[in-house]
Unconditional design. Structure first.
Lengths: 258, 258
């Protein structure tokens, strides 16, 4: 008998359904009384602390490059004094949250996909389950909570670093005191800039953890499958980050926060 | 020898039934792996389930601990109907059933000591650190690998991994142990050592066991009774001697290399 060929639409629907069920399972287990605090703290340290150097360096470069590259354009319109405000708003609202989330998708999401995928194909997850430990609560819930909390924290830190780097960029041309620069940044930033960015960072973090764990838990076909899970975790998380960002822009626009 | 008769044929164990499978069925799509398998296990007894590769032996023991959900039949373990238990009850029952995986399934991010402590910590089996330490020391000594405490699974040989996995399985003092191909992938000498170790530990801790294998040397050394799984059913049951004397061509096929 000839096997039925399934099209990309079928694969998309299966993937969407599988991921939705996985997210539903997370919420059913997320507030369970037997929360794995020890593993959660370990994951926070691993994911937060482990990603900090890369996120910090990237944020520094982003702040510096954006400042240096924007200056000539603003100078052409005589709006050079707007540089701190422009950089602060663009960095806090959009660039840092999205870039940080993408870095985390690449570093944390792929790591989770590979680690859990490897545990799955070597029966370590089954071993955990038959020893009476709920592997979903122990492995997935703790990891998803940790990224949901750590990504916003990384975004806050990265925003600070990018703004500091911007001040260095401004000073490369004309000296400007930190106090004056800082005052201009604070004056430019409104709650409508900071709050949506922070809220969407929680969603970005959730997506990074959830996709990484989903891909890990659904790994099949041995070691080849592990590599594919890591790769697919990055692709799927990155795509969802952009979709969430698009939705966030629409929502803030509807609420008049833009 | 009795065909498809689950009555015990050997002495040396009690008549208390600790596990009973009736009409067990499992299908993956149109592929019917188990088609009404019956088996009983008595306290202190060792039953070996013999079958060709791909006959569904591993699937069978995964159904016993509900790693796979049967599509029909019943699984009674230590007086509990496994298929109707809720998750909490199932987790409690699983602590009383040990499972040795073919791949050993040691947690590769943990040292040998942490692998052994993990189930203890999860189930509060050791109330004090001293008690946990004593149990870990006892089990490592029992498998003759006290010196590997600080090593990671990647630093162990196949035989050593199997021994540590056995120690981890037995540290919770289970009443029933399920062994999935305990000697597969090992050289004959190490395989024999593992079987002798299983027997020794079984005598020490008084467990009942089901061993899945296609290796009749294991049956000769360890099993009170053999059940032949063929086309999803319990084709025949008997002692090693009864199987050896059988004129059934299907059974004789297993003795080709002996």
């Amino acid at each position: 008998m000839k096997a039925k060929r399934r099209g990309p639409l079928h694969a998309f629907l299966v993937e969407t359904g599988g991921f939705s069920m996985f997210v539903g399972r997370f919420f059913r287990n997320a507030f369970h009384r037997r929360f794995e605090w020890r593993e959660f703290v370990r994951q926070c340290v691993l994911n937060g602390n482990g990603s900090l150097p890369l996120v910090a360096v990237t944020a520094f470069i982003m702040g510096l490059v954006l400042t240096v590259q924007s200056r000539p354009t603003l100078a052409r319109f005589g709006a050079e004094s707007m540089l701190p405000a422009m950089v602060a708003v663009s960095v806090v609202r959009e660039i840092v949250p999205v870039i940080t989330a993408l870095i985390c998708a690449g570093k944390i999401g792929s790591g989770m996909g590979a680690e859990l995928g490897s545990m799955k194909v070597t029966e370590q997850i089954d071993a955990m389950e038959v020893s009476g430990t709920n592997p979903f609560r122990y492995l997935a819930v703790t990891r998803i909570w940790s990224t949901t909390l750590m990504v916003p924290l990384l975004v806050i830190l990265a925003s600070g670093i990018a703004i500091w780097a911007s001040w260095i960029g401004v000073n490369m041309k004309d000296p400007l005191s930190w106090q004056l620069f800082y005052q201009q940044v604070i004056d430019a930033l409104k709650l409508g800039d900071v709050l949506p960015a922070l809220i969407k960072s929680f969603f970005f973090g959730f997506v990074v953890g959830a996709v990484g764990c989903y891909k890990g838990f659904t790994t099949a076909k041995g070691t080849e499958g592990v590599g594919r899970s890591a790769h697919n975790a990055v692709v799927m998380a990155s795509l969802l980050i952009f979709i969430i960002d698009l939705l966030a822009v629409q929502i803030t626009d509807l609420l008049g926060l833009n | 020898m009795k065909e498809s008769n689950p009555e015990p044929v050997s002495a040396g164990h009690s008549q208390e039934k600790v596990l009973s499978l009736r009409g067990l069925q499992l299908a993956f799509g149109s592929n019917k792996v188990l088609r009404g398998f019956d088996l009983d296990l008595y306290r202190g007894e060792t039953v070996m389930v013999l079958g060709k590769s791909g006959s569904g032996k591993s699937v069978l023991i995964k159904c016993i601990v509900r790693l796979l959900m049967p599509t029909g039949g019943s699984v009674d373990v230590l007086g509990h109907d496994v298929l109707t238990l809720d998750q909490e009850e199932l987790d409690r029952l699983r602590v009383r059933i040990g499972f040795l995986f073919q791949s050993s399934a040691l947690y590769d991010s943990m040292t040998v000591e942490e692998n052994l402590r993990f189930p203890l910590r999860r189930h509060w089996m050791a109330t004090t650190p001293g008690e946990a330490e004593a149990l870990v020391t006892e089990m490592l000594a029992a498998v003759g690998l006290s010196h590997t405490r600080a090593l990671y699974p990647s630093e162990l040989s196949g035989g050593m991994k199997r021994r540590i996995a056995l120690a981890r399985t037995l540290i919770l003092k289970p009443e029933i142990v399920l062994y999935d191909e305990p000697t597969t992938g090992l050289d004959p000498i190490t395989g024999k050592e593992i079987v002798e170790l299983i027997l020794e530990l079984q005598n020490t801790y008084g467990t009942s066991s089901i061993i899945i294998s296609h290796d009749l040397h294991v049956a000769r050394l360890a099993a009170n009774r053999i059940a032949l799984l063929h086309e999803g059913r319990n084709y025949a049951e008997g002692t090693y001697e009864q199987f050896r004397a059988s004129q059934d061509p299907l059974i004789q096929n297993f003795f080709i290399f002996m």
